[in-house]
Design a protein around this ligand. Structure first.
Ligand SMILES: [Zn+2]
Length: 386
C-alpha cells in the first residue's frame, strides 16, 4: 500500500464509515473464528464499493485510518488488495492476479509495450516450469508495462483481473492494445511488469514454493536464470535484474523497495558509461525533503569538488517509514559499496521542489543548494533518473 500523500479532511460517505467500522472490528478481533465473521462482512462491503467503481470511498477510508488507527489501516488495506486482485471463477476456481517485475537500466531507452507472441510463449513456459505450482492455469497480458501504465486504482485492477481470469480458464493470453496505455516516461533506471492471472482449484498451491519439494530461494534462482533470459531478450541494451513473480500488490511493493537501491547503483554505472566517471570520482549529496512531513530523500551526484549536479535519484519513503527511518545509512552503504569517492549528508530540511519547465525534481549540491541535474553538453542528452 502506498503512503497517502496528504491527510485530507474527512467527509466520509456511509459506505466509507461502514468500511471503517468493519476494519476496526476486524483489527481488534481476538480469534480466527471472529476474524472470519468480520472479514466476511468487510469483503462484502469492499466488493459492493468496487462494483460501484467508488475508488474515492476506498481511498477516503484508508486516509482516515492511516494515522488514526494503523492496525485497522493494515486490515483494510490488505482486504482491499485481496478483493481487487483475487477472484472466484464461475466454477469455483481461485484466481490470483500476479505481477512479474524486472528492474532495468540503460543509457538508451528501456523497452515497453507489445510482447511478441513467441516471447510471451517462452515466458509462459518458464513461469509454468519454475514459478507456478503443478496444475495451475495461467493467462498473461501481452504487454510489458511501465509503472504508469498499470491499471490505476483498485476498481480498475479488479476489472483487469476479471479479463485475465476469463482467459486463464482456457490457458490463453489476453490482448491489451498498447495504444490504449499511458505514454512511457523515460527514465535511465526503471521497472517493467508482465501481469497475469493464475487459476487453481480451491485450497491448492498457486506457487511452486508452496509445494514441499521446492523452496522460495530455489524458485528465485531458477526464475532469475531462465525467466531472466527471456526478459533480457525483451529489454535490449538494458542491464536487468528479474525479481520474484508474486501476488500483484506484493510484487509491486517489493519492486518499489528494490527499485530505490537499483536506481542509485544504476546512476553510478550510468555516469561511468556516459561520462567515463568511475564511482571514485563522484560525490553523493544526500538530503531529506519535507512537505508537511519527511517525504523522501534526494541524492545529487556531482564530480568530487564540483557543485554541478550531473544526475540525481529520488528515494521515496515507503510504507511505515518516517523521520525515524535509517534510510540514510542504507543509502550510504549502497554508494560506498559501489566505491563512491565522497558522501555528504545534509541535515537541513529541503522543500519538495521541481523544475518549472520540465517538472524534474531538483537535487542538492554540496553547497546545500537545490539545482537542476544536468549532463554536460558534450555528452549525449539523457532522460531524467528516478
Ligand atoms: Zn527542467
Amino acid at each position: 500500500m502506498k503512503r497517502p500523500r496528504l491527510p485530507r479532511t474527512p467527509r466520509l460517505s456511509r459506505d466509507a464509515k461502514q468500511l471503517l467500522r468493519l476494519a476496526i472490528a476486524l483489527s481488534v478481533s481476538a480469534s480466527r473464528v471472529e476474524d472470519r465473521f468480520w472479514a466476511h462482512q468487510l469483503d462484502a462491503q469492499i466488493d459492493s464499493v468496487l462494483d460501484k467503481g467508488q475508488e474515492d470511498t476506498l481511498e477516503s477510508a484508508l486516509d482516515q485510518l492511516w494515522t488514526a488507527n494503523p492496525p485497522a489501516y493494515d486490515a483494510l488495506a490488505q482486504a482491499i488488495e485481496t478483493r481487487s486482485s483475487g477472484l472466484l471463477s464461475a466454477d469455483g476456481q481461485d484466481i490470483l492476479l500476479i505481477a512479474v517485475p524486472v528492474q532495468a537500466w540503460s543509457r538508451y531507452s528501456i523497452a515497453a509495450g507489445a510482447i511478441a507472441p513467441a516471447r510471451l510463449m517462452e515466458l509462459r513456459t518458464q513461469l509454468h516450469g519454475h514459478v507456478l505450482a503443478a496444475g495451475a492455469r495461467l493467462a498473461l497480458a501481452d504487454v510489458l508495462f511501465s509503472p504508469d501504465q498499470l491499471p490505476r486504482g483498485f476498481a480498475a485492477t479488479r476489472t483487469f483481473a476479471r479479463g485475465l481470469a476469463d482467459a486463464a480458464g482456457q490457458e490463453q493470453d489476453m490482448h491489451v492494445d498498447p495504444a490504449s496505455l499511458a505514454q512511457v516516461i523515460p527514465f535511465v533506471a526503471d521497472v517493467r511488469y508482465v501481469v497475469g492471472a493464475v487459476m487453481v482449484a480451491p485450497g491448492t498451491a498457486v506457487f511452486r514454493w508452496q509445494e514441499a519439494q521446492h523452496s522460495r530461494e530455489q524458485v528465485m534462482r531458477d526464475w532469475q536464470a531462465y525467466g531472466g533470459a527471456v526478459l533480457q531478450t525483451m529489454l535490449p541494451a538494458c542491464i536487468i535484474e528479474a525479481l520474484l513473480p508474486n501476488a500483484y500488490f506484493n510484487a509491486w511493493r517489493e519492486s518499489d523497495l528494490a527499485g530505490r537501491g537499483w536506481g542509485l547503483r544504476a546512476t553510478m554505472d550510468y555516469l561511468n558509461a556516459v561520462l567515463a566517471l568511475p564511482a571514485a570520482s563522484l560525490c553523493a549529496v544526500i538530503a531529506p525533503f519535507h512537505d508537511h512531513v519527511l517525504e523522501e530523500y534526494r541524492v545529487g551526484f556531482t564530480r568530487v569538488g564540483s557543485n554541478d549536479v550531473l544526475h540525481g535519484v529520488v528515494w521515496p519513503l515507503i510504507g511505515n517509514e518516517d523521520e525515524n527511518t535509517e534510510v540514510t545509512s542504507e543509502i550510504e552503504t549502497i554508494v560506498r559499496a559501489a566505491g563512491i569517492g565522497e558522501v555528504l549528508m545534509l541535515s537541513e530540511r529541503m522543500p519538495l521542489e521541481y523544475c518549472d519547465d520540465c517538472g524534474a525534481p531538483l537535487f542538492p549540491n554540496p553547497e546545500g543548494e537545490l539545482v537542476h541535474a544536468q549532463i554536460p553538453e558534450s555528452a549525449e542528452p539523457a532522460p531524467h533518473l528516478h
